[in-house]
Design a binder for this molecule. Sequence first.
Ligand code: NDP
Length: 574
Amino acid sequence: MSQTKTRKPQEFYDEVKQKFAQERDLRLNFRPEGTQQFNSELTGNLARYEVDTYAEPAKPREPLNDFVECLFIGGGFSALLTSARLREKGVESIRIVERGADVGGTWYWNRYPGIACDVVSYDYLPLLDEMDYVPKKHYAEGPEIYSHCQEIAKRYDLYDLAVFQTTVTSTVWDEAEEVWHVKTDRGDHMRAKFVICANGPMCKPKLSRISGIEDFKGHSFHTSRWDYAYTGQNLEKLQDKVVGIIGTGASAVQIVPEVAKTAKHLYVFQRTPSSIDFRDDWPTDPNWARKLKPGWQAERRQRTIDSQKKTPEQIERDKKISREEKIRLQEAANIDHMMRIHRRIEKEVHDPATAEALKPWYMYMCKRPCFHNDYLPVFNRPNVTLVDTHGKGITEINERGPVFDGQTYELDVLIYATGFEVQKTGIYNEIRGVGGRELNEKYEEGIRTLLGIHSQGYPNMFIMAGYQASFQFNLTDMLYQQGDHIARCVDYVRSNGYSTLDVSEKSEEWWVQEVISHRGKTNRNAECTPGYYNFEGEFNRRQDGNYNGGFDKYIEHMEDIDSHMENHFNFTRK
Ligand code: NDP
């Protein structure tokens, strides 16, 4: 987002900010229950929304009762990346325990039509140097990413010990034996020296708590469990179907243009519009790919990290303007960007009322920005209707379909694009550390970690992509850092003849304070429209969020910790 050369009068920006505030308040008033408006405990009749639609039901197998050195809970990018690093350090015994029937994580579960990643593929796909692979396009499609994950698992021999269609139910530390006891829903009782919680920041589908949700008599499913048996592989079975989609986040933005191609009619139920920008995609140029030198992806990553650091000139320039003026400049640039997004909507959407309803009224990055070239024009099609709920959302469903403003929208199939529970990574099973203390219990007064990875009293356990780490739009950048660090920790324990590593209380407390000191430095979270970035308006959460000190600083701290392990961890020797 660059600054425009001609800055408008300050009154213009103040007026827009006022409109942002009104729209935020409107939404906050509709959902005072914050994150509780969602349900991710999908039990009873709702359990079907979590059933794997991509694999046959699990075949019976003998429970496992063995020992591995490193055990990953989850088989997505976190596990794949870190396993590669562990192999490089000579670790042989690695097991992935995964709920799905294969590796891939988010790319296993999300197979909806139109799925792609809107982070540049050359940065997003992990281990491109190691795999000697160049993605086919600037933005990779879901199937390519999923099969890349499978290739990584093959290359690093991760299928050998992996167990699929298996959910970890408890992870309990045995102080005498110095091992983790890991139990699963398949009756396994495995032991592991190191456990890595790699279950991803958004792995549990959630539904909005809507009255009458279970009364709907038509078909329904969640975007992360696409029902191709119902829709047909190319959505050809939707030709005589009236389809509804609740939600207009990043998933819906990719799905809507695809469903619109075949559905008899599509209703899109919108609560808050996403910001939709142009997606500049192209097939990878074979000549460019051929010229890439070994290590090209690592170099790109380093350039990204370096670009976040301020140059001495920027630091000097910053010193010359007041904090207030700096914020004003940033806000003006942000608003200019959003107004450009608005103008694009006016150009793409013919009906002025629909165009108006599609305009996002909040600062850029209050919600995850989306990039798609076909989403906006889809609303010009006669078979597509935007049902704008003016910030209220769908609150009622009857046996025929969603109800808004007294009208029932009769549907054959209802698709929930209502997202996922966010960043509970590490606490999806009963985790008991030293003294039998459960991790949720420890976190009752607030999350406590070092780097978001280590929590005191949980020796030889590592948490990936959880809170108190540095959130990155390209999550892979962060996972690389964490994976490298975890492999270094494991290697340090092994090569020094130690048996366990546990973060010291002092270091954990230092990090918690570091996280707190960087939160609440601006009013941004409070001023943003509600969404998962600001905990649906429960913005005042002290340490229960990301580390906001900057990615370069996060890396700096990590490197410092890596070179002074003895200062930060307690070790035992057997
Ligand atoms: P999101 O949480 O982003 O979106 C959920 C949507 O459901 C929002 O539009 C929300 O509205 C809406 N909603 C919730 N309850 C109701 C209701 N009662 N009535 C009407 N609307 C409702 O989920 P997604 O699955 O779209 O995306 C999750 C994340 O997955 C993304 O943010 C992104 O990080 C990742 N992703 C990444 C992609 C990529 O290309 N890299 C592609 C797809 C997903 P409101 O905004 O008002 O809360």
